[in-house]
Write a protein that binds this ligand. Structure first.
Ligand code: NAD
Length: 430
């Protein structure tokens, strides 16, 4: 699926679920147009003395519930459309989790693994110089996403503060803890996803040791979800990264796999050149093969659009838990539903990240850091409440989990939109 299709696909989903859930059409319409999108050229002095121009985007999608919030992605396939789709999903996600935020997203078209650490720092600072009047702690608050991390967030905060001449830790979340980041932010997306799978397993009486799970991706989000599931006895039988995957019938020890990947890796900038494929004795599989494994739970945790019309017929998992944003194309989803596959949607599953980002922002504004247990227990409350709402609506009204999650979010956004007044309130003819 091309990235322009990703945005149209995201809009269609809102239209369809909005109509199905009887959401006021004015509310649905308010979600079809991004509030503002900025595209900027980012000049970066390269190590060889030349200047290279990168393209950066930031989309503040919708701010009816509060300042906009969303990550910044570094990837060669970033497009304006993709950034808008991701901004829309952030809008839904923040509403579902009852966070006082709207949705946003940013990205830079770059293969970050080809940059040196200093080039990466200059690029990150250039991004903030271009966006400094578009972001802000009360306006739009970025965070990490694919191939960006805490160190990059630290550089970005520093650049913003240098431009504005004021300390402003609340301008960005996912920072290093020593620079005002929150304890527990690094694991938050994975932990939130783990809570969703744990709750689903409880509702459906799964036995962890008999539950076989395949995870696509071995990054920030997927490492933590795999680690926590394995701790509870679930079997992680396959895991992958951009270079390929590995499979073991008896399951992997995630912690040692992760440590090995870290210790053996040849670091270039902040990225790992080592693939999981080179780490242990195992059967190597491709990412396509991983998606087609006959497992109880498939966890796509890399990029969007990986399950499409082209490969949907090969999917054999009984449950799909979307840690990545938008891994399933809408048409493919209809086919999965026909096949009886149950899907826990991204807007719920990966919302732990933005929830702890919100905690970080609250701590920054209050100037009072919380301990790890406080962060974890508040995340537990937020995630289980959202899960319960989605579960209840899905089971009592016979909706899919995605339909239920969107319905909860659209109703919440709807309350805010209609309290400003809709046509019904303003029309003068009756
Ligand atoms: P990351 O950069 O830490 O990890 C991404 C992983 O995906 C890496 O292991 C990479 O090798 C792998 N990957 C890249 N291309 C791939 C491909 N074509 N096939 C298989 N694997 C591939 O990123 P992350 O932060 O873990 O984000 C992963 C997903 O989770 C994204 O969709 C992101 O939007 C979503 N997400 C992340 C957060 C967060 O807080 N990190 C929050 C919400 C959603």
């Amino acid at each position: 699926m091309s990235n322009s299709d990703v945005f149209q696909d995201a809009l269609n989903r809102v239209r369809e679920i909005g109509a199905d859930a009887d959401i006021n059409p004015e509310v649905v319409e308010s979600l079809l147009y991004p509030k503002a999108v900025i595209k900027a050229s980012l000049p970066v002095r390269m190590d060889d003395g030349s200047t290279k121009y990168f393209t950066g985007y930031r989309c503040r999608y919708n701010d009816v519930l509060g300042p906009t919030k969303g990550g910044i992605r570094y990837h060669p396939q970033v497009t304006g459309e993709e950034v808008q789709a991701l901004g829309l999903w952030m809008t839904i996600k923040c509403a579902l989790l009852r966070l006082p935020y709207g949705g946003a997203k940013g990205g830079v078209i770059v293969q970050p693994k080809e940059l040196s650490p200093m080039e990466l720092e200059r690029l990150s600072r250039a991004y903030v110089r271009a966006m400094a009047d578009f972001i802000g702690p009360q306006v739009d608050i970025p965070a990490p996403d694919v191939y960006t991390n805490a160190r990059i967030m630290g550089w970005m905060m520093d650049e913003y503060e240098a431009i504005k001449r004021v300390r402003s830790p609340g301008v960005i979340t996912g920072k290093p803890v020593s620079l005002g980041g929150s304890l527990g932010r690094d694991e938050a997306t994975g932990r939130g996803a783990y809570i969703c799978i744990r709750e689903l397993a409880l509702k459906q009486d799964w036995q962890p040791e008999k539950t076989r799970i395949a995870v696509q991706g071995f990054g920030n989000a997927s490492y933590h979800v795999a680690r926590l599931l394995q701790k509870d006895g679930f079997k992680i039988v396959a895991i992958s990264d951009s270079q390929g995957g590995i499979y073991s019938d008896s399951g992997f020890d995630i912690e040692s796999l992760w440590k090995e990947k870290q210790s053996s890796r040849q670091v270039r900038a902040v990225y790992c050149e080592q693939s999981v494929c080179q780490l242990v004795e195992h059967k190597e599989i491709t990412n396509e093969e991983l998606l087609a494994l006959d497992v109880d739970v498939l966890v796509p945790a890399a990029l969007e659009g990986v399950i499409t019309n082209d490969n949907v017929k090969s999917i054999r998992a009984k449950n799909i838990v979307e840690v990545a944003n938008g891994p399933i194309q809408t048409e493919a989803e209809a086919e999965l539903e026909k096949q009886g596959v149950s899907i826990l949607p991204d807007v719920l599953v990966n919302a732990g990240g933005v929830t702890v980002s919100y905690f970080e922002w609250v701590q920054n504004r209050g100037g009072y850091p919380w301990d790890l247990e406080e962060v974890r227990s508040k995340l537990e409350v937020q995630m289980t409440r959202a899960f319960e709402q989605v579960w209840k609506l899905a089971t009592t009204e016979n909706r899919t989990f995605r339909n239920a999650a969107y319905t909860v979010a659209l109703r919440r956004i709807g309350e805010a939109v209609t309290s400003h007044g809709t046509r019904e309130y303003f029309r003068e003819d009756e």
